[in-house]
Ligand binder design. Structure first.
Ligand code: WT7
Length: 632
């Protein structure tokens, strides 16, 4: 493990090497993994046409690196430690040896059903080990997994299945989520009414609830897998073959399928996990994300398994049966490294310290934060109450598109500063630019965060639409990857992520496009037009504020609000429900018809008297009437 950084000096040295000689730097790191065939070229790239290739000519299978490679040394070590939703139910420990067998069996099951290299397989599952097993089984045979978070609606699921023409859906009868059960199979059934590409639905029995059965399509997991062999050859994948697709929201249109490839993603996932968390042999590591998000892909499954770690997989939610659940699980499994989202920290902080007090939390060494900016108060609470003042906090900034952590302290190495993601990882070259794309140099400055050099884990394309990918990320500023985030660089060159500068909002760490929410609201028969903005929310980070124009004066606005919320839930997910809906008679538009969201954001924030320049508005009186009706 020579790529392990042990102190600040080594970090600076590695960083410098990664900039001065990136190909040599990454070749050294990639050599620590097992390849079926060596690469012929480390990197070729062009941001303007957007074409990036890492480790070209090389062949590998990521599951050999996650599983086979560890068997000799740690076959009996726990790979996945599963903690169920119900605290009275037993947890489950799966060793590397067992995981290897389970993955091979599942891979053989997929093959038996007709899955082939390159096929897309949709995973719509609860947080059970079989979700990770299915991911790895896909990777084993070279199929491309596309996980859809099990909180998304049938419509969202159908859209994602259709966009990448998935041949199989792997699901469960249901999911336990706190006191509720979610009928996953029923949602899949509904989604399938709108799709024609799915050959089979494989159903893992979990909640044992009653489900409908379609003989011609549905297959039980336990029946199909029963006679499958525990030996399965890992398919040789080209470094640039697709590993997975993960849909994420952008500022326009429908969510797009971010594509990650086998070689670069593997190197990046392993390298960042090892260094950011400073994982040591025998550490118990717990990331509370769901495998439906990129955090779950990289830091529950691939990163930890690549490094031979013990990764905790938690089925439940932070507040069930009460707001002490996280802390109870930490003590129960003696968790050393804990990685969660600011939203969870803020909501647990709001429940009061009495839920923390019963627990010692003395196994903890490192605490991580991800998904949204962490405010100072939450950082301090996390540090004092959970970390007892002795744990390192790593505030990790990254995105679905970046594949892994980009800017973050290295635990116990980089001096931290609340609310700052601090320094870029080796290989990451951040640059701040103004709205014209001119570089903003120096310190104590703010600008749009871009990255000027490729890194192994970066997005390769958006599924089925490469031009959209190029336009989205590489056309705003020539020769730069644009992140969509605003960012500050402090006196000591530390980076602080301020939040999105595009029309993407971040609600409880969930990423949503305002256009996506507007399109759902506009499905209401009486809605003519709507505009959605984010506003600061004490727990969720951002709340959703919708301004809605209807075709007549509503007799019962509350009834219409209920209807709109139900449409949004149906079209997208309960995550996307607006917190506030204000019915308005008009929206502030420029003469060219563009909605001035800046003004709507100010009103949503309650900054009525500080609306900035309104001189380009077509009809300034609209603003006055919106202000009068604004919701507190
Ligand atoms: C957006 C990406 C990264 C995995 C989970 C979210 C925001 C993410 C931080 C952080 C401030 C953060 C950014 C980014 N974000 N981490 N540590 N500090 N903001 O992935 O759904 O692709 O969202 O989340 O705005 O662009 P995602």
């Amino acid at each position: 493990m020579n790529s392990r950084i042990r102190n600040l000096e080594e970090y600076h040295k590695a960083y410098q090497e990664s900039v001065e000689n990136p190909e040599k730097f990454w070749a050294n790191i990639a050599e620590e993994f097992s390849w079926k065939k060596p690469w012929s070229k480390v990197l070729s790239w062009n941001f303007n046409a957007f074409d990036v290739k890492w480790f070209e000519g090389g062949q590998l299978n990521i599951t050999e690196n996650c599983l086979d490679r560890h068997l000799e040394e740690r076959g009996n070590q726990v790979a996945i430690l599963w903690e169920p939703n119900d605290p009275n139910q037993a947890s489950k420990k799966i060793t590397y040896q067992q995981l290897h067998e389970e993955v091979c069996k599942a891979a053989n099951m997929l093959k038996k059903l007709g899955a082939e290299k390159g096929d897309r397989i949709c995973i719509y599952m609860p947080m059970v080990p079989e979700a990770a097993i299915t991911m790895l089984a896909c990777a084993r045979i070279g199929a491309v997994h596309s996980i859809v978070f099990a909180g998304f609606s049938a419509q969202s699921l159908a859209d994602r299945i259709n966009d990448s023409l998935c041949k199989f859906v792997i699901t469960a009868d249901g999911a336990h989520r706190g006191a509720k059960d979610i009928s996953l199979k029923e949602i899949v059934d509904e989604a399938l009414l709108q799709t024609s590409c799915v050959k089979n639905v494989v159903v893992f029995r979990h909640t044992e609830q009653k489900i409908n059965w379609n003989e011609s399509i549905d297959r039980w997991w336990h029946e199909e897998i029963a006679d499958c062999s525990t030996v399965c050859n890992a398919v040789a994948m080209d470094a640039e073959d697709m590993l997975f697709i993960l849909y994420t929201s952008g500022s326009t249109g429908k969510p797009k399928g971010v594509v990650h490839t086998c070689g670069g993603y593997m190197v990046w996932a392993g390298y960042t996990f090892k260094n950011v968390f400073q994982y040591e042999e025998k550490d118990i590591y717990w990331c509370t994300a769901d495998v439906g998000w990129v955090t779950g892909h990289t830091y529950i499954v691939y990163g930890p398994l690549l490094c031979g770690a013990t990764t905790v997989m938690f089925e439940g939610i932070p507040t069930y049966p009460n707001a002490g659940r996280f802390w109870e699980v930490i003590d129960k499994h003696k968790v050393n490294i804990f990685y969660t989202a600011p939203t969870a920290i803020r909501s647990l902080m709001a429940c009061g310290d009495k839920f923390v007090q019963p627990y010692t939390l003395d196994s903890l060494k490192t605490l991580g934060s991800v998904g949204e900016p962490i405010n100072e108060e939450a950082w301090q609470w996390y540090h004092e109450k959970i970390g007892k003042g002795k744990c390192a906090i790593v505030d990790t900034w990254w995105q679905t598109e970046t594949g892994g952590i980009m800017i973050s302290p290295l635990a116990h190495i980089t001096p931290t500063k609340p609310t700052f993601a601090t320094l870029p990882l080796p290989g990451i070259q951040p640059i701040l630019v103004d709205s014209e794309g001119k570089e903003i140099e120096g310190i104590n400055v703010e600008g749009n965060l871009c990255i000027k050099f490729p890194w192994p884990g970066m997005i390769r394309t958006t599924y089925g639409d490469h031009e959209r990918c190029r336009l989205n990320y590489f056309s705003t500023y020539p020769n730069l990857y644009f992140t969509g985030d605003g960012c500050r660089r402090d006196y000591n060159h530390y980076y602080r992520i301020i939040g999105r500068v595009d029309d993407v909002i971040n609600v409880s760490g969930h990423r949503l496009g305002t256009a996506e929410v507007e399109n759902a609201i506009n499905e209401h028969p009486h809605v003519i037009e709507s505009a959605v903005v984010g506003y600061p929310h004490p727990i969720k980070g951002q709340g959703i504020y919708a301004y809605v124009i209807c075709d007549h004066v509503l007799e019962d606005p509350n009834q219409s609000r209920v209807e709109i919320l139900s449409i949004v839930t149906k079209m997208i997910s309960a995550i996307a429900k607006p917190d506030k809906i204000q019915f308005v008679s008009g929206l502030p538009k420029t003469r060219s018809g563009k909605i001035m969201r800046r003004i709507l954001r100010k009103i949503a924030e309650g900054e009525m008297n500080n609306l900035g320049d309104t001189s380009t508005l077509l009809d300034p009186s609209v603003v006055e009437s919106i202000k009068e009706g604004a919701l507190k």
